[in-house]
Design a protein around this ligand. Structure first.
Ligand code: FAD
Length: 328
């Protein structure tokens, strides 16, 4: 098979010195592609000095390009884009992979534009054709078809959905090289991060229980009972796009096609109709409970248990029953 470019580069994600698991999933996929085309697996990461970069080697990176700088403690996406662009320019990879997380969705388009290359977002599959070109597979038209996309320009850049591929196995015996990368000149910065926006809700992508609110929840203050139920169950709050667009809750809570894809053990949908774009993000949940006053709501078609009831009655009742059971 022909080699396109000089390597497969995974663009790592970290926050406050902790690597995001999507990076390990991408390294696993990169290794699989590498076995077919013979290109080396590389990883680029920027973060604080104490970042455990050897972990990236244990997960299969043959070379790690490390930008160690405390400026990366804050999520300055413009600076990160410049860092990744520099690594790509210096190393000339044929393939660049990034997670389709909020971080990846923000940085990858900037990077693709800066490099003058294409970007296929939200991939669920990656293959190589007989000429060694990357076939980027992603659902299209509300997940009704799987599009197979090839990019004419280099590097071939794709973001990949979190939890789509298994993580690369960890092997402490793996050897790799860590190459320090000098960062872009600080005087060249386009923006200064003065503070990090603190979200009221925690990250939902790894939550084991999610209580999600839809347009059945009429006002922001009514989200209090959703949060209370989530807290009681040790879970997090999710949302449909409808109430995110209405400004009731932050975008980081959105579940679905254009939000997060989640696989909790328990998903409770409160006042959510079950549009295909919402189901795309939660249908693989372990156990799905739906509360909806409309018996014909499509969410009931995929729910393990359906409660056809006004959520303003059902949710407080559930809270009361769970509290009573806990107090016993
Ligand atoms: P609605 O469809 O309005 O449903 C509200 C439900 O609440 C109804 O079923 C109603 O019976 C019920 N209800 C009302 N009052 C009560 C009550 N008191 N008690 C109980 N039940 C009640 N959507 C997403 O969620 N995530 C995405 O990522 C996403 N991406 C999209 C991407 C594209 C390109 C497009 C075109 C759309 C996308 N959407 C997404 C939007 C999606 O199509 C739906 O519009 C949206 O999911 C509807 O949200 P909802 O179920 O909260 O609202």
């Amino acid at each position: 098979m022909q080699k396109v470019g000089k390597g497969i580069l995974v663009l790592a994600e970290q926050k406050h010195g902790k690597l995001h698991k999507v990076t390990y999933e991408l390294l696993g996929k990169a290794a699989e592609l590498s076995r077919k085309c013979g290109l080396p697996v590389w990883c680029a990461v920027a973060g604080p000095e104490e970042l455990p970069v050897e972990e990236l080697v244990f997960r299969g990176a043959q070379t790690v390009f490390f930008g160690a700088d405390k400026r990366f403690d804050t999520p300055d996406e413009l600076l990160l884009t410049r860092f990744f662009k520099q690594v790509v320019r210096d190393t000339e990879p044929g393939i660049c992979l990034m997670g389709a997380t909020s971080f990846g969705r923000s940085v990858a388009p900037r990077l693709a534009a800066a490099l003058g290359t294409g970007l296929t977002a939200d991939c669920t599959g990656l293959e190589l054709d007989e000429d060694g070109r990357l076939v980027q597979i992603r659902p299209a038209f509300s997940e009704n078809i799987l599009a197979h996309i090839k990019t004419d320009t280099l590097p071939q850049m794709a973001t990949v959905r979190y939890k789509e591929f298994p993580e690369a196995a960890r092997d402490e015996g793996r050897k790799g090289e860590v190459v320090r990368v000098e960062l872009p000149d600080p005087a060249d910065r386009l923006a200064e991060v003065v503070s990090e926006l603190k979200s009221q809700e925690a990250d939902i992508s790894d939550a084991e229980v999610i209580v999600a609110a839809g347009r059945g929840v009429k006002e922001a203050k009514d989200l209090g009972m959703i949060r209370e139920l989530a807290e009681l169950l040790g879970g997090r709050v999710g949302a449909s796009r409808a109430i995110v667009d209405d400004g009731l809750i932050g975008r980081e809570c959105q579940v679905g096609y254009s939000g997060s894809r989640v696989k909790p053990k328990l998903y409770i949908a409160c006042g959510i109709s079950g549009a295909p774009q919402h189901l795309a993000g939660m249908r693989e949940s372990g156990y799905i409970a739906a509360i909806n006053s409309d018996p014909s709501a499509p969410i009931f078609n995929i729910a393990d248990i359906g409660i056809c009831e006004d959520l303003y009655r059902a949710v407080p009742e559930l809270i009361r029953k769970i509290r009573a059971a806990k107090d016993k």
